[in-house]
Structure formats: C-alpha cells, structure tokens
Design a protein around this ligand. Structure first.
Ligand code: F6P
Length: 434
C-alpha cells in the first residue's frame, strides 16, 4: 500500500506564494485599445493556472441596466445624466466584483475605461478597503490603423451597433472615443502598481509590481500578440507501451505508429506547403521518432514529457488498481489534483508546461507540437478555455491532429483523424468506470 506517499496538489493559490491577498486587476484605456482582449486573455491564463478569475465588464452592465444603443453624446463628459448613469453601472459592477471575491474568487478583472484619476481613486479606495490589492493595466495604442481595425473587427459586432450601418457605427464610435479623449488621464502615479502596454506590447512599462502572481502576469503580457497563425497539436504515433496498455515509459513507436508518422508528414506537406514549420517534441523517443520523417527543424522540450506516473510507471490501469487500490480510488475522486506517488498530478503538469505555453503564445509563425496525452490536454485546455477540472478528461486520441487557430477571444479548432485506427486505446475513463 502506498497511500502515505499520495498527496493532492495544493489549493488554488500556489503553496509557495506567501502573498495571499486577493488581486483586482483594473483595466485602463480609451475605447478600442484591446482592454477586453487583454482582460479575457489574462482570465483564461489565470483560470488555467488554477487561480479562480472572473472578468467584470462594465460595458455589459451598462447595456443591461441602461440599454445598449446609446448615442456617442451619452459618453460626453459634459452630459451630466450620462455621467451619473455611467457612474452607477460602474459601481454596480464593482459591488458584484467585490461580492464575488468574498464568495471565494481569487482574481477579479475590472474591465472598463477607468480613464480618469478620480475614477481610479474611487475604485482603488473601495478595493483596498475590502482588503485586496490593485494592479492597474493600462492599454495605450497610438497606431490609428490598429484602432480602426479593432473598431471594425469587434465593435461593429457589439450589441451597441446591432442593425446600424457599418460606416455610421464607426463614425459614432470614433465620436465616443473623442469624448473619452477629452477627459483621459494616463496612469503615472509612482506610488501605485501598474503595467502599461504600449502598441500591443511593443513597449511594456511596469511600476511597483511586487509579488509572485503580478510578476507572472507581466511576463505573460509581454509575450502576447494578436497575429493569426496555426498551431497543430498531436500525440506521438502509437508506441509499444500503448500496445501493451502500459503507463509512461520511453518505448519506441509500433508499426502502426510508424504509419502515422508517415501520414503526419504528408498532412504537414498538405497543410503547410513549403513552410519550414518548427516542430516541438518531448525528449521521449516516441515523439522524436514520430517527428523524424517530417524533416522540419525540431526542438525537444523536457517540459513536454508525459505525466510522470511515479510508482505506477510501466503498469497497466488494471495493475495500478490491483496494486494500489487506494491511490486508484483517489485518482478517480480527483484526477486533476491526484499526484502519483513519486510522480506528478495534472496540476503539476500544467505548471511544468507553462513556459512552453508562453513560448507558444510568443510565436508568430505556425508550429507543430508532437507530445503526449496529458501534456496536450493541458495545452489544449488553455487554448479552448476549459474548466481545469475537465482538463484531465479531454479527448486527445492517438493518430489525430488538432489544428488550432487562436484569435482574439479563444481559438477555433479542427480535428483531422489521420489514422491508421488503433482500436480502442486502454483509457483511464474506461478503467475507472469498470
Ligand atoms: O496511456 C498513454 C498515456 O500517455 C500514459 O503514458 C499516461 O500515463 C496516460 O496516457 C495519461 O492519461 P490519463 O491521465 O488519462 O491516465
């Protein structure tokens, strides 16, 4: 019996983080500066890391409480009624944000223009009075073409302009921006914590960023871009351990696995043509062998190695259950946090692949990742914004390529079943439900 070794991963915050105060990220910026894009991206990243995060978008509160289709004049700082209505919805959103933190949330993102010093002081005062920390994230963009592109790609689809002709909507939105510009005061207070992102990350300025999580956020923000490219994710071709139904190990690919490697090479020629797509593999033989026939530049990452099953490496699921029934039951109860004795949990895998994930975010060119079931579940879970609890159960079959195209608010996905069919692979779900 080996339960004494079994530990579940820590609570939502990392146990090595001394700072346990909750965090409120207050977005700042003129309309159409990518605040909502950044807010949602941060939320996805933080939730993926296991920090329960939610975005409170004041625009949505305004649409709900005072109606969507407001003319630009509603946003004129001289419009006393408009000003009061906007202040009211902003405070309602903040009330709900604070209640959500009270109920157990860890990081709240307050997504609004927060474009004046007085508004920011008001928000900060209330957040700090509730005992939480504030970090301002200001998005500055002086490139008119980027702003125009943002208006056309996101604002025209907003309920604010439903049924309004495109050029009229753009003109109205420009007018709205001009009203905000009149009152805009950039974030520059040396005493406060803030991050300023200029022109989509061309420049990132940070001030008084302290603590584990804020520092990770800055690193993440520094690597973001909005360019479109494809990312292909695939497991290695079937391995000899897959054939035997054994966990982990470092076996070679089987004859069926070799056939898959050949089909993958064909697939990449079809999808990427002559482009020299970089290939990232793990350091395990089965991924390197699968990528060998691609004749593309490849890098082997240790961080992409399969989940370490510790004392269960080399066992089948039935042997795992037979030898270590308590551990088997613990994994069944909580697959995300169950840590194999002397091995890893899915939470460990998420943290281990994080540097690779940030590198993927940074890449502007297409990329092929040839890795393993658990590791790919972790990466896929990030791009498709999956609930962390669902991540260990995601479907990532052998001999299939998942093509992801990340975009502003998530990623689109296509799956290509290349074959050959491997019959039914021994799976945790089947083993745990029998
Ligand atoms: O069975 C193949 C495999 O990659 C094993 O090496 C690994 O332990 C397992 O899948 C991960 O899947 P699950 O977490 O569902 O057991």
């Amino acid at each position: 019996m080996c339960t004494r070794y079994t530990r579940f991963g820590g609570p939502q915050m990392r146990p090595d983080v001394p700072e346990q105060r909750k965090l409120v990220l207050v977005m700042v910026g003129l309309p159409a500066r990518g605040k909502t894009y950044t807010a949602r991206k941060l939320a996805r990243y933080l939730n993926w890391r296991g920090h329960s995060t939610r975005v409170f978008n004041v625009g949505n509160y305004r649409r709900r409480d005072v109606g969507a289709q407001k003319p630009a004049s509603f946003f004129d700082p001289r419009n006393v009624e408009g000003l009061e209505a906007r202040r009211r919805v902003a405070m309602r959103a903040l009330d709900e944000l604070l209640s959500w933190l009270d109920e157990g949330g860890l990081v709240a993102i307050y997504d609004a223009t927060n474009s004046t010093r007085s508004r920011r002081d008001l928000v900060r005062g209330r957040v700090e009075a509730a005992g939480h920390r504030v970090v301002f994230i200001e998005s500055v963009c002086n490139d008119a073409a980027v702003v125009e592109d943002n208006i056309r790609s996101t604002k025209l689809r907003s309920p604010d302009y439903a049924g309004v002709e495109a050029d009229k909507a753009v003109a109205d939105f420009r007018e709205r921006i001009a009203f905000y510009e009149r009152a805009y005061e950039p974030v520059d207070d040396a005493e406060l914590s803030w991050v300023k992102i200029v022109d989509l990350g061309r420049q990132v300025v940070v001030n008084r960023i302290q603590g584990y999580l804020p520092a990770r956020l800055v690193y993440f923000l520094m690597n973001l871009h909005t360019g479109e490219r494809r990312i292909w994710l695939t497991r290695h071709g079937q391995s000899m351990d897959n054939v035997a139904g054994k966990l982990g190990g470092d076996s070679s690919i089987s004859p069926l696995g070799q056939q898959y490697a050949a089909r993958l090479a064909e697939f990449m020629r079809e999808r990427a043509g002559d482009e020299k797509v970089p290939v990232w593999t793990s350091t395990l033989q089965r991924t390197i062998q699968t990528a060998a026939g691609l004749h593309l530049p490849s890098v082997a990452w240790r961080a992409l190695d399969e989940i370490d099953a510790g004392i269960c490496e080399g066992l089948t699921y039935a042997e795992f259950d037979g030898r270590f029934p308590d551990d088997f039951a613990s994994r069944k109860a909580d697959k995300l946090r169950f840590r194999y004795p002397r091995g890893e949990s899915y939470q460990d895998v998420v943290r281990r692949v994080e540097p690779v994930l940030i590198e993927i975010e940074r890449q502007r060119r297409p990329l092929l990742v040839v890795a393993h079931q658990a590791v790919l579940r972790a990466l896929y879970g990030y791009f498709l914004d999956k609930d962390p609890v669902a991540v260990p159960h995601l479907e990532v079959p052998l001999h299939m390529v998942i093509e992801l195209t990340p975009h502003a608010y998530g990623a689109t996905e296509r799956r290509f079943e290349l074959g050959p069919r491997v019959g039914s692979e021994p799976s945790w779900n089947a083993a745990a439900s029998s």
